[in-house]
Design a protein around this ligand. Structure first.
Ligand code: PMP
Length: 434
């Protein structure tokens, strides 16, 4: 097999660093193995870089490519619809069709507003919750990623487990310099999956609390599933105290089911945010919610705006992505392939005597090295051996398997069983050599 080298990417990175700050357009890309890589083409489950290396892609551009790269239906639809125009600064019919689709599919989607990305839709949800309740703060959980904006740029980057502080009142580590210090006080922070701690904290603070926001599955750190009754418990607490329950379905939306994690776990939030897999890589997201909450936008009490919202190509991308998902219903297969891969990786690790922990749902799952039998919250994730993971991810990459640097894997509708078998074969070799 050809040895993977990255010299063309390396020299493009040098050139790029002279014009783009840090050579990249999103901080996460800096951290790729062995450095930011330049890609030339993606098709189905495969992606090729400028050095001619081919990868089976389990990163799927951080999640959006639920149909794989360059889906022909989606591309044709975008091309066709963009010929009419690109952006009208006015309404168009496909926008209604898309909203109607979300309303039909997503249990909580009584009213909808479209945005460009997850981060801005999440901020809109918080604004709605504040306006409706007249309260200022929100409750969020350690390690949950809700975008990079000021009030969400805390609690996701503790240097070590010892730095986390007490469970009842965790330390808030900033992920960035330049944050307004007040943004640190916009929220209460707790470890995830600890319902009695949430109950206790809310009972003491409900007069200040507009919302509880959570990923229904803690995808970004360890792909941790909610404990039995946890999401349902949040629902009950929010009902009891008149607080908005916000599900950040940026990853889980259209990935764990066609109707999101809210259908999968049968817990209906007041507001939720759909983004990545909805648009096959085009910038579109949706804030969906119960009319009772969304009416503050309907009435113009809460402002949500955006010049670029619902441009023709993005709406066409989302509409055709969802239509393909509805037609193909790839979920059973994605779960089956994901489970087969998770199982194969576990076996490969056991054979190689490696402490690889594999957890998740199938369509997305996480691999990390730890002696723990289960990772239940962010505090546990800090015990992963990150150096070892870096070596694993790098060696997989050098053998044509692309996964996200923090150990996350995504399955798309375009992955074939052969892709899964190949990934297991490579993992066997890599784990034995490690
Ligand atoms: N929420 C979650 C759960 C995410 O994974 C992300 C992105 N990784 C975001 C919010 C932010 O979305 P975006 O990058 O589109 O702003």
């Amino acid at each position: 097999m050809k040895k993977y080298t990255y010299s063309k990417s390396a020299s493009l990175l040098e050139r790029s660093q002279k014009v783009l700050a840090g050579g990249v357009s999103s901080e996460f890309r800096k951290k790729s193995y062995p450095h930011a890589i330049f890609y030339e083409q993606g098709k189905g489950s495969r992606i090729w870089d400028v050095d001619g290396n081919e990868y089976i892609d389990f990163s799927l551009s951080q999640g959006p490519l639920i149909l794989g790269h360059s889906n022909t239906n989606v591309l044709n639809h975008i091309n066709e619809y963009s010929r009419n125009g690109q952006l009208f600064a006015g309404q168009h019919i496909k926008e209604i069709e898309l909203a109607e689709k979300l309303q039909n599919l997503i249990p909580s989607a009584e009213l909808i507003r479209f945005c460009l990305d997850g981060s801005s839709a999440i901020q809109t949800a918080l604004r709605v919750a504040r306006a409706k309740t007249g309260r200022q703060k929100f409750l969020r959980f350690e390690g949950h990623y809700h975008g990079w904006l000021d009030n969400m740029c805390w609690g996701i980057s503790a240097p070590a487990p010892e730095a986390l502080g007490p469970r009842e009142n965790p330390s808030r580590h900033p992920w960035s310099e330049g944050l307004p210090l007040e943004s640190r006080n916009e929220f209460l922070l707790l470890p995830w999956n600890d319902l009695s701690l949430v109950r206790h904290t809310v009972a003491q603070n409900y007069e200040k609390l507009a919302a509880i926001i959570t990923e229904p599955v803690m995808c970004n750190n360890g792909c941790i599933l909610p404990g039995d009754g946890f999401l349902q418990g949040l629902r009950e607490i929010c009902d009891e105290y008149g607080i908005a329950l916000i599900f950040d379905e940026v990853i889980t939306g259209f990935r764990v089911s066609l109707s999101g994690a809210q259908q999968y776990f049968d817990v209906i939030p007041d507001l939720s945010i759909f983004a990545k897999a909805m648009g096959s890589g085009y910038p579109i997201s949706a804030l969906v919610g119960r009319r009772k909450w969304m009416e503050v936008i309907e009435e113009g009490r809460v402002i949500h705006a955006g010049t670029m919202n619902t441009s023709n190509p993005t709406v066409a991308a989302a509409l055709s992505t969802i239509e393909v998902l509805e037609r193909q219903l790839p979920y059973e297969r994605m779960y089956q392939l994901g489970n087969q891969l998770m199982h194969g990786l576990k076996e490969a690790a056991a054979d190689a005597n490696q402490n690889l922990l594999v957890q998740g749902l199938g369509p997305m799952f996480h691999t990390g090295f730890t002696d723990l039998e289960e990772v239940k919250d962010y505090r546990d994730t800090l015990k992963y051996d990150r150096n070892k993971l870096g070596k694993f991810v790098g060696a997989m990459h050098d053998n044509g398997i692309r996964i996200i640097g923090r150990g996350l894997w995504y399955i798309s509708a375009s992955h074939k069983e052969a892709d899964i078998l190949r990934a297991i074969e490579v993992a066997k070799k890599v784990l034995l050599e490690m």
